[in-house]
Ligand binder design. Structure first.
Ligand SMILES: Cc1cc2nc3c(=O)[nH]c(=O)nc-3n(C[C@H](O)[C@H](O)[C@H](O)COP(=O)(O)O)c2cc1C
Ligand SMILES: Nc1ccn([C@@H]2O[C@H](COP(=O)(O)OP(=O)(O)O)[C@@H](O)[C@H]2O)c(=O)n1
Ligand SMILES: [Mg+2]
Length: 234
């Protein structure tokens, strides 16, 4: 586990980070005594002190040393590190079924690029998904089992993209489902969306994915490569 600064932070240090957050250090500085912290960690004062120092070197906390202890605040990077743990626990306890759809990367009709670039859609993607998608859709041809399982996606909470029109015509609505892509080599790309247009030339056997980046480049994908799309309930 490494931080952005390259300093390794272990579970032992994350436990300290959690105690600090419980004491309110996400909201601002809290007074910390190494003796008290050592008690809660069931470790020596030196160990407690060393872990605080490691957290500071990793950029997860900021410290102000004073004669009778120290003031410590968790940084944004520190908060992100805690949130990653939180996401893991959510997956463990919230019993949200991860719908895993398997298929192969395939080329389509080259129309996705046009639709995804239209401002009537990009404005909605930016506002509702939080990013400007790479112009296009990565098409995934689903295997037999995943074709059957795909219908379960419609029971999840999707982000609606509304129909809109310009002078010439109306453009259809669509629904986006948050997902993660995993390649055959176990490489993953975290935030993509399965986009299901209400009007489409594709049938249920194809899944179309949008993402901030070109997935063929980010994941080194070519036609025929196997991917698993983990659709999340968000
Ligand atoms: C956001 C979005 C909106 C779309 N709206 C329409 C539409 O209004 N009418 C239509 O015939 N197809 C629409 N399509 C579907 C495309 O015509 C086509 O089925 C598919 O997206 C093409 O994918 P490909 O080029 O990757 O094969 C839409 C696709 C997307 C991604
Ligand atoms: N996030 C994305 C979107 C599209 N793409 C690829 O970008 C190209 C343009 O997308 P497209 O939807 O217009 O083309 P086709 O899917 O019809 O081949 C295709 O090669 C897609 O596979 C990608 O790699 N990553
Ligand atoms: Mg496409």
């Amino acid at each position: 586990m490494a931080s952005t600064t390259g300093v390794a932070v272990d579970y032992d240090e994350l436990a300290v980070l959690k105690f600090l957050a419980l004491d309110g250090a996400l909201r601002g500085e809290v007074k910390v005594s190494c003796t008290n912290l050592a008690d809660r960690l069931d470790a020596s004062t030196q160990t407690a002190s060393r872990r605080l120092q490691a957290l500071e070197e990793a950029g997860y906390v900021e410290r102000d040393l004073v004669s009778d202890g120290q003031w410590v605040a968790v940084t944004e990077d520190g908060e992100r590190a805690l949130k990653r743990q939180y996401e893991d626990y959510r997956r463990i306890f919230e019993d949200r079924q991860d719908l895993a759809l398997r298929g192969t990367v395939t080329s389509g009709m080259g129309e996705g690029r046009h639709y995804i670039s239209l401002s009537g859609y990009t404005e909605q993607f930016e506002e509702r998904l939080g990013y400007t998608p790479f112009p296009g859709t990565l098409n995934v041809e689903l295997g037999d089992q995943s074709r059957r399982e795909r219908s379960a996606m419609e029971t999840l909470d999707g982000v609606p993209i509304d129909e809109w029109e310009d002078e010439e015509r109306t453009y259809g609505s669509a629904t986006c489902y948050s997902a993660r892509v995993e390649t055959g080599d176990g490489e993953t790309y975290d935030t993509v969306h399965v986009i299901v247009p209400d009007r489409t030339h594709h049938d249920e056997t194809q899944l179309e994915l949008i993402a901030p980046d070109k997935l063929r480049e980010a994941l080194d994908l070519a036609d025929g490569d196997e991917v698993t799309v983990h659709v999340e309930d968000r």
